[in-house]
Design a binder for this molecule. Structure first.
Ligand code: S5P
Length: 276
């Protein structure tokens, strides 16, 4: 089972360049922490990223919430990713017909495919959402995550929907590198008579992670890094407000302290998992 191997071992075997890059970065920086930078001003966005950069393998963005977006922001984001050695994941949650998602991914103001190593999609349209995105992303060596589950209370992404998401991923292993999910997906979606490829290695990136609170009053549900990485077998913790706090009163020293705290908690949970 892939998740009982080290990140470094998995990196040597993975076929997708973005997945390999992420696994190598996790191993090199001893960080399975992704910080979700959900702030609305470019200056805050860059300041948080420059502060947490040394502690993360990945920065997750919602580029469409930036109020004062200018294309130069992407140049600065890319420069920070090189300076601090992290990948970029645009959390776009594509969910339309193949032709539309291909346009949304490649064009518009944000031109996501040109700078985001990884993006994600809801499986709800069926396999054509993957085909459409792959037509743009595969030539650029990008990777896609499918939202097989969500962290919110009452999510509809469960049961047969989750299983079908895994089957969609298995049908496109070159481009779909894994899932947004709350636990490992090994063995999921394998139906009677089907054999699971033993080389299969889907990355599980998991939001809804917090050390201090259990929810946000708007349906978000938090678990600890130990629950997520060690007990549920996920690979990357995605932390937003737990790291940057209140965007209206950003405190750079506190953001740094929390990034360090979550990096260590995520890595300790991984070491705990590897003890078996
Ligand atoms: O199921 C999900 C999927 C995602 S990508 N639940 C989530 O919370 N997310 C995203 O993770 C969400 O859009 C947000 O950007 C981040 C969680 O932020 P936090 O502040 O609650 O840690």
């Amino acid at each position: 089972m892939a998740f009982l191997q080290t990140y470094a071992q998995r990196a040597t075997k993975h076929a997708n360049p973005a997945a390999r890059h992420l696994l190598e970065t996790i191993s090199r920086k001893q960080s399975n922490l992704a910080v979700s930078v959900d702030v609305t001003k470019s200056a805050d966005f860059l300041s948080v990223i420059d502060t947490v950069g040394p502690y993360v393998c990945l920065i997750k963005t919602h580029i469409d919430i930036i109020e004062d977006f200018e294309p130069v922001l992407i140049d600065r984001l890319t420069a920070l990713s090189l300076k601090h050695d992290f990948l970029i994941f645009e959390d776009r949650k594509f969910a339309d017909i193949g032709n539309t998602v291909a346009l949304q991914y490649s064009a518009g103001v944000h031109k996501i495919a040109s700078w985001a190593h990884i993006t994600n999609a809801h499986p709800v349209p069926g396999p054509s959402v993957v085909t459409g995105l792959a037509s743009v992303g595969t030539p650029l060596n990008r990777g896609l995550l499918l939202l097989a589950e969500m962290s919110t209370a009452g999510t509809l992404a469960r049961g047969a929907y989750t299983e079908d998401a895994v089957r969609m991923a298995r049908a496109n292993p070159d481009f779909v590198i894994g899932f947004i999910a709350m636990r490992r997906m090994d063995g999921f979606g394998v139906r009677d008579g089907e054999v699971q490829n033993s080389e299969e290695d889907f990355l599980i990136l998991t939001p809804g992670v917090g050390l201090d609170v259990k929810g946000d009053g708007l349906g978000q549900q938090y678990r600890t890094p130990m629950e997520v990485i060690s007990q549920s077998g996920c690979d990357v913790i995605i932390v937003g407000r737990g790291v940057y706090g209140n965007p209206a009163s950003l405190d750079v020293d506190e953001v740094r302290r929390q990034a360090d705290r979550y990096r260590k908690a995520g890595w300790d949970a991984y070491l705990d998992r590897m003890k078996g």
